[in-house]
Design a protein around this ligand. Structure first.
Ligand code: 5BU
Length: 274
């Protein structure tokens, strides 16, 4: 086993001061306050269902992840309600938009259109494939609003091409852009190797499940312990494992707590490696 990445030995609370970006600071503050490294992905197709899931899991999470383009009756009133809940229940909103175009286009996709993502989402993400112009375009909209951006350095799906030198180049692109807007990565591993003193990135991993090992469409799951302890990620992202559980309102709530407990236990265990 190689030595643990130094960032994984620091408590979330000690990493707040290493970030100037307000969204990154808020995420770490919430994680520390609520003792949770759980993000729930609310991949349902109506606003009523989405708000219902958020009300059930809100107390257990540091973040709610959305795909606003799958919600058939999306309105800005819904987005406002989500923002209200994010304040009441203390979590950050992450629209998993995966932008992937030239800077000018993504700045419009982020600020305008039906969804006006930048107006309600604290955090979003982008592919690195178009080059650094994508960061500049998104930053021109998001930075003045205090928003944050993650780059997709790796994916959880089988056969992903985001590996090896693609992942390394993505990391370099983030470093080149600076940490005022890019706050971390969607990745399966601690991709921020050779970080300098005070250089802190948030690593968030989807593809997390306690029961299933995958689905029929290429998704691959690992347990919270594998993600947080073995691979050193900071946040676990869980979708169907929580909102898809059978048994009604209480079952979803209980399952969120179960993932929160598992994720937090793995984090405390990794701190004990010191
Ligand atoms: P699941 O139901 O836990 O499999 O949902 C995972 C969510 O994370 C879903 O919204 C995906 O779009 C998202 N995701 C992912 O699964 N893998 C990735 O590499 C990235 C996002 Br990036």
């Amino acid at each position: 086993m190689s030595a643990p990445h130094p960032t994984t030995l620091k408590p979330y609370s000690a990493r707040i001061e290493l970030h100037a970006n307000p969204t990154a600071r808020r995420i770490l503050e919430i994680m520390d306050r609520k003792k949770t490294n759980l993000a729930v992905s609310v991949d349902v197709t109506t606003t009523a269902e989405a708000l219902e899931v958020v009300r059930r899991v809100g107390a257990s999470v540091c973040m709610v992840k959305t795909h606003c383009d799958i919600i058939e009756d999306f309105t800005l009133d819904f987005a406002n309600e989500l923002v209200k809940l994010s304040k009441q229940l203390d979590f950050v909103i992450f629209e998993d938009r995966k932008f992937a175009d030239i800077g000018n286009t993504v700045s419009l996709q982020y600020s305008a259109g039906h969804h006006r993502i930048a107006s309600w989402s604290d955090l979003t993400n982008a592919h690195s494939v178009p080059g650094p112009g994508i960061i500049a375009g998104l930053s021109s909209v998001g930075l003045p609003l205090g928003r944050g951006l993650l780059l997709l350095a790796e994916m959880s799906s089988k056969g992903s091409l985001a590996v090896g030198s693609y992942t390394e180049q993505t990391m370099k692109m983030a470093r080149g852009a600076g940490r005022d807007f890019v706050i971390g990565f969607i990745a399966q591993n601690r991709v921020d190797t050779n970080s300098g003193e005070g250089e802190d990135w948030l690593i968030m991993s989807p593809g997390v499940g306690l029961v299933s090992i995958g689905d029929k469409l290429g998704q691959q799951y690992r347990t919270p312990r594998e993600v947080v302890y073995d691979s050193g990620a900071d946040i676990i992202i869980v979708g169907r494992g929580i909102y898809g559980i059978q048994g009604g309102e209480q079952a979803v709530k209980d399952e969120a707590e179960r993932y929160r407990t598992e994720g937090w236990k793995a984090y405390e265990e990794r701190l004990g490696r010191k």
